[in-house]
Design a protein around this ligand. Sequence first.
Ligand code: ACM
Length: 469
Amino acid sequence: MSDPISLVPLPRSVIWSSGTWETTDPWAGLSVGISEDLPRAEYTLSITPSGANLTAGSEAALADGRNTFNQIVLTGETSIPCVTISDSPKYAWRGLHLDVSRHFFDIDTLHLFIDAMALHRLNVLHLHLTDDQGWRVEIKGYPRLTEVGSKRPRSLEGHMSGDPESWTFDDTPVEGFYTQDELRELVGYAQNRGVMIVPEVDLPGHMQAAIAAYPELGNFPASPVQVREVWGISGHVLGVSDEVFDFVRDVLTQVADIFPAPFFHIGGDECPRVEWEQSADARTRMNEWGLTRVSEIQGRFTDFATQVLAEKGKTVVAWDEVLESHVPDDVVVMNWRTEDGLEESLERGFRTVVSTVKDLYFDYAQGPLKKEPLAIGEGMTLKDVYTDRLLPKKLDDEKAALVQGIQGQLWTEYIATPEHLGYMAFPRVCALAERAWGSPEQSYGEFVERLRGHLPRLDALGVSYRPLD
Ligand code: ACM
């Protein structure tokens, strides 16, 4: 019998039976409970002609079960087939990253994004709150971060390639930030749906917007900079004064107080060392610190941030570049660059989240660039996301246990609207969710057929997506 209802991600075990539950208010007919007899990550959902029952081993599993139930009832069927589902995830970290710096997305859009994540039993929203092109979080005592740092009067038009002399600019201002109260509300909204928000404050590179707001945060305060209007990697990175470290402490502490998640992402990617090489102050500091290599300055930032956040009870997450300078053992590494990096991180014993650019960067086009809206690059089809190998071929049990999960990335240099965001995210996020959940393996053809039955749920939510080929 083919499944009467398409579920994505496919639960571990789904047994359909004859009979239907006739209901016009399914949520009212769902009874829920926590059972200590079940493993913590597991839930069972049963639907019989007389109603629905959800039992879970923990609050998190209960949220997973509710989200599966939502798939069954979302489009408003009144005749629901009977079924027994027993389910638990493969990975604890089933993530989606969203860059709200390059383009700003309002709270309503974030609500919808979280709804769509929850529908797919994704449970970590990694919110990239700061970058060269925009600072998006209110920090008390530093009003210029948002007065100046959250505003970009113009942005590069078209793809960032070719001769800079030929670049043109779009004069539509991009601005916006979240107050601390708005973010606290967002945290609650996500929690109610089983989604944890992990904030990112990217440092010590990707800080040009902050340096535009407060030149003294940079290495050369006498040469002020603006919020960056083009993409790529900025050479303007944090300076090394006590004032800068006080700033880092204040920002991390305030952001940590907004987000109750036990994890905090400190970025660490793409930090050019040129300014530190040119700065007399940096050289003096290196002498004080007993460092011989400029690259170790980044290690000082990683150590400092890790200490500050440990005082707040947080585990640090960082992009894999942190492995190139000193890094504490308990940092969770987010591997984005290469599969070699993944092997190195696991080899060195770090807990790791697989986030590789070649498989999981959803800012790359889903088909040939000629046929797709402007994107950073091409070559990441739905099939690639569903079928590409994500982990090294040989992985012993010890290393496999260090893999915390899988995460998709939505960088937004080339994504300016909620509609385009949905188009880039879906349906690839459906494939990501299936893999992060660890659904029973199916052929790609079966997955696509199941998606056809699933996509009307995105219509019901009001989330846009790229139609299937
Ligand atoms: C990154 O893509 N710079 C993490």
